[in-house]
Design a protein around this ligand. Structure first.
Ligand SMILES: Cc1cc2nc3c(=O)[nH]c(=O)nc-3n(C[C@H](O)[C@H](O)[C@H](O)COP(=O)(O)O)c2cc1C
Length: 356
């Protein structure tokens, strides 16, 4: 091993340990776009791999920053369990999916050692365990309502970052929004670019999902792989007589039992806002998970302009002046959802030398 190589290994040892957990952060379509370039034992540059972004959607860029925020919160939970606070120097430059440099830098971070009490150490481990066990649930939800006290906690967490967590259990409202969500998929299938992007990330068999270790598996979407392959491979089938309604029914069936929907409203007007939005969403998600509550983001309702408008109208969202209802999700109780694979943590690390 060359001396250069051994310095690089030294530098990335702690980062390897952190990334071994942090690589479980959730990302839209499970595309896993975040990369970590260690620059010292306790320092790293965080990058967004533009080749793993979702440029077809109208909110592709804002949601790329949201994903960066989701990762920053994930990193802070994992680093804390290793005994560190993360100091961040954020870079608010706009992403450009056509950029020549495919790795967009969004932060430089430093791990600062923490002085822990015994209780704090235990809490940090419990938080890590919660992070490890969080999953998106696309399963049918039970009809049990999530208690107001849990929702109030989630509300406090989002308010602390300047966002409103609003929710509804009004059956007529919930039904209307579920219909908007369903219509979104059918609408997205008509948009060639969005359709091509979805197809790129669908994994039709368990084997394919495990081998590629990314994307949306038929299993995670609770749809039989062959049906998903036929239904998505030939878009016209969704509108065809007999088979169209069958495909729609199979899909709708996975949405049984939704009693409550939640959404986040707040500043959403530039990279700084998007990053904070993502961080807040992850905090809310982990808080709900702490109480055994699962959720399923309906991000595509936000990224599809027509669906977003309908949703905003139904919930009477407070939008304008840089504010937006920027995330919607169903939440409640379900059986344990299927596991979504992740690529090897090694692939998240960028270790080649760069001129800085
Ligand atoms: C910002 C964001 C938006 C998302 N939007 C959607 C969505 O519109 N529909 C969906 O089914 N899942 C959505 N997801 C969930 C991801 O697909 C999921 O996190 C990923 O597949 C990994 O699975 P896991 O959460 O079970 O680990 C979203 C996740 C994030 C972080």
């Amino acid at each position: 091993m060359s001396p250069q190589q051994s310095t690089r290994d030294e530098r990335s040892r702690l980062w390897r340990a952190i990334v071994a957990d942090a690589h479980r952060y959730p990302s839209p379509h499970n595309s896993q776009p975040i990369k970590v370039r260690p620059t010292g034992e306790h320092t790293a540059t965080l990058l967004y791999d533009l080749d793993l972004g979702l440029p077809a959607e109208s909110f592709g860029i804002p949601f790329a920053h949201v994903c960066a925020g989701v990762f920053l919160e994930s990193l802070s939970v994992v680093a804390r369990a290793h005994g560190f606070r993360v100091d961040e120097r954020l870079d608010f430059s706009e992403m450009d999916f056509a950029a020549a440099n495919r790795l967009h830098r969004f932060a430089d971070v430093t791990l600062q050692p923490l002085e822990f009490t015994a209780d704090e150490r235990v809490d940090a481990q419990i938080a890590l365990e919660r992070f490890r066990t969080r999953r998106t649930s696309r399963r049918p939800y039970s009809t049990k309502l999530v208690p107001g006290s849990v929702l109030a906690d989630a509300g406090r967490i989002s308010a602390a970052s300047g966002f409103d967590f609003r929710w509804s259990d009004d059956p007529a409202r919930v039904k209307k929004i579920i219909h908007v969500n369903q219509a979104t998929l059918f609408d997205d299938l008509q948009n060639d670019a969005v359709y091509a992007e979805i197809m790129e990330w669908l994994r039709f068999s368990r084997r394919e999902a495990a081998e590629k270790a990314d994307g949306l598996s038929a299993e995670a979407m609770l749809l039989p792989g062959p049906i998903l392959r036929v239904a998505m491979g030939r878009r016209g089938l969704w509108e065809a007589p007999v088979i169209g309604p069958v495909i729609k029914r199979v899909y709708l069936n996975t949405m049984r039992g939704v009693r409550q929907l939640g959404w986040l409203e707040g500043p959403f007007d530039g990279p700084g806002d998007y990053i904070e939005a993502g961080r807040t969403f992850m905090r809310v998600w982990l808080e709900l998970h702490r109480h055994g509550v699962v959720l399923h983001p309906f991000g595509t309702v936000i990224t599809n302009p027509r669906s977003h408008e309908q949703f905003a109208q139904i919930v009477d969202a407070r939008e304008g002046d840089g504010r937006m209802a920027w995330m919607l999700f169903r939440f409640g109780y379900s059986k344990t959802p299927p596991y979504a694979h992740r690529r090897s943590p090694e692939l998240m690390l960028v270790t080649e030398e760069v001129s800085r």
